[in-house]
Design a protein around this ligand. Sequence first.
Ligand SMILES: [Zn+2]
Length: 166
Amino acid sequence: MSSMTLPYQEPLVPREPGRRQIPEPPRRGEPGGPPCAICEGKTTRAVWSDDNWTLHAPVGGSLPGAVWLASRVHVDSFSDLPEEMQADFGRAAARVERAILALGDVARVHLYRWGDGGAHFHVWFLPRPLGMVEASGMALPVWEDVLPNVPDEELRAAAERVAAAM
Ligand SMILES: [Zn+2]
């Protein structure tokens, strides 16, 4: 990843991490936290679904073709999924990856599972634009944040093209 470049002028100045917050603030969808937006249907409507998963477009993003895949069941992470869904995740992820690549002009599909915002299992799929080698690796979500947002309708239309190729 020698070509990876952050979308900022250098030099960046390292800073010290803040004080640790223990216990951590509750996330969406866990006891004491705000309700789960996925279970409450407050997210973007699914563009694709099957018995185990729903696929959604982002809002306020800069990379058309980005989607997130959520479990139908409210569980937190991989280790909380029933075993058959753990196995099925690989199959579903491969289908999403193939469908995003079919959009064209995509070099690679990145997967991110953070888990820090909400307690309902979901994984982000971000297309790294073909030729945009400076956005390799961990630089892609940072570039995604800095690049100008495209209209939500455009993100939705791209996600629907992904869904159609599933
Ligand atoms: Zn939920």
